[in-house]
Design a protein around this ligand. Structure first.
Ligand code: ZN
Length: 435
């Protein structure tokens, strides 16, 4: 998410599950990290100006979307095929989600690359059936940016009339990344929605949308009150939090390999192409099992800082982005701060303070010592807040976010330079390590 990062880079917050949840410090179980995973494969910008690839099939898609949004079950059923018995549940799921979500925008546009179905589907649906990718653009009430996904639709013919017959990607896609492409949460499973104060939660089965809404509204209120830095000055308070049913569904939504996000508590995900895409917080549902409520509050507040500041689009160095998010979350939940710096302080006691602030690469998923990197980020921002003020920390972020180089921004906002700043932070670490 730092300088030079690909657009749409995701911003996960990770936890180290293996650390015990001590009675003293919830934070001890939190690896206060938000490492950057492998970004999703770049998606081609859909050719919005190209005429519908297939007017008859596009008309079916439009009918289905309209029927879902207006709750017209008969019209929806009339446009879906019943030939594949395994599609009945999917169709029901899709209809339920279309009816239940607070849409501001929902547009499904077929793309041109139509291809015949293969294997089991061909036997079932016949040689005239085909599959086709579609671009889904969607935005929920309260959001200001539109998400964009690619999905695959299968059609068969009832006479000469196309019907929707499936929603799974081709069994042998030309695009090898197709199987792990990020999917909308409402595409992969049933979701329930709850909204209040510009905050919307989409929750999978077994997750309480109302309980998550309370947590998300509280996090948004903290960020509205405390954060003015960068784009947050223009943030209207809109927040979408998605809580898939399971870790597997969480990984599917991210387009991540199964098992690769076991340790990730939540992700701030850019859903769309490049800067300006919709940013949603996607939560690993295991988080409430592993973390106490205070830890969950820290996770959601941290991610909401990323949403409010649109940090995936920011040129600020990652230590400042992550340090600000943790400083806000931990200042609002001070009981969670105990132990957060300990992985770094143990290192300082053993080897002395680090020579320099961590580079962006120290925050990549899979990097060694993520806990140390995140502790370094937080303590550097804590150093600004304690030596200058919280307000000055936000002014520093705003300057760097606006394109100033770090050294110039430090001089303009704090009256110091990078060398003196780093020396001061190292001295503060040495003092903390001795105390
Ligand atoms: Zn983060």
């Amino acid at each position: 998410m730092g300088r030079g990062a690909p657009p749409g880079l995701t911003v996960p917050r990770t936890t180290r599950w293996s650390r015990a949840l001590g009675a003293l410090a919830v934070a001890a179980a939190l690896l206060t990290a938000c490492s950057s995973p492998t970004p999703p494969a770049p998606r081609p910008t859909p050719a919005a100006t190209v005429p519908a690839a297939d007017p008859a099939a596009q008309s079916v898609v439009d009918t289905l979307v309209q029927a879902g949004r207006t709750g017209d079950r008969a019209a929806f059923d009339a446009a879906t095929s019943t030939v594949d018995p395994t599609f009945a549940d999917r169709a029901r799921l899709l209809y339920g989600n279309l009816v239940g979500l607070p849409w501001a925008v929902l547009d499904v546009r077929l793309r041109a690359d139509r291809e015949p179905v293969r294997g089991r589907l061909r036997e079932l649906l016949g040689p005239d059936a085909w599959q086709q990718p579609a671009t889904v653009r969607w935005r929920l009430v309260g959001e200001t940016a539109t998400a964009e996904h690619t999905v695959w639709l299968t059609f068969d013919l009832d006479g000469d009339r196309p019907q929707l017959a499936g929603t799974t990607p081709p069994e042998d896609p030309d695009d090898p990344d197709g199987a792990v492409r990020p999917q909308p949460v409402w595409w992969t499973g049933p979701v329930s929605a709850a909204s209040r104060d510009g905050v919307t939660v989409l929750a999978g089965p077994g997750q309480s949308a109302d309980a998550w809404l309370d947590r998300a509204v509280a996090a948004a209120a903290v960020v509205r009150e405390r954060v003015r830095a960068g784009d947050a000055a223009r943030w209207g308070g809109g927040l979408v939090v998605e809580v898939p049913a399971s870790r597997t569904a969480f990984e599917a939504e991210l387009g991540a390999d199964p098992g690769s996000y076991t340790g990730i508590a939540a992700v701030t995900l850019g859903e769309g192409s490049g800067a300006g895409s919709a940013l949603r917080v996607v939560v690993n549902p295991d988080v409430t099992r592993v973390l106490a409520p205070l830890g969950v509050a820290v996770v959601l507040t941290h991610e909401t800082v990323h949403v409010a500041t649109r940090s995936p689009d920011s040129p600020a160095p990652t230590w400042l982005v992550e340090g600000l998010a943790d400083e806000v979350a931990l200042a609002a939940n001070p009981a969670a701060a105990d132990g957060v710096a300990e992985p770094l302080l143990a290192r300082v006691r053993a080897d002395g303070a680090p020579e320099a602030l961590p580079g962006d690469e120290a925050f990549l998923a899979g990097a060694d010592d993520l806990a140390v990197s995140y502790a370094a980020a937080w303590t550097a921002c804590r150093y600004v807040a304690e030596t200058w003020s919280e307000e000055d920390l936000q002014r520093l972020y705003t300057a760097v976010d606006g394109g100033q180089r770090l050294d110039a921004a430090l001089q303009a906002t704090l009256g110091t330079d990078e060398a003196r700043f780093t020396a001061g932070w190292r001295a503060a670490l040495a003092r903390q390590a001795r105390s």
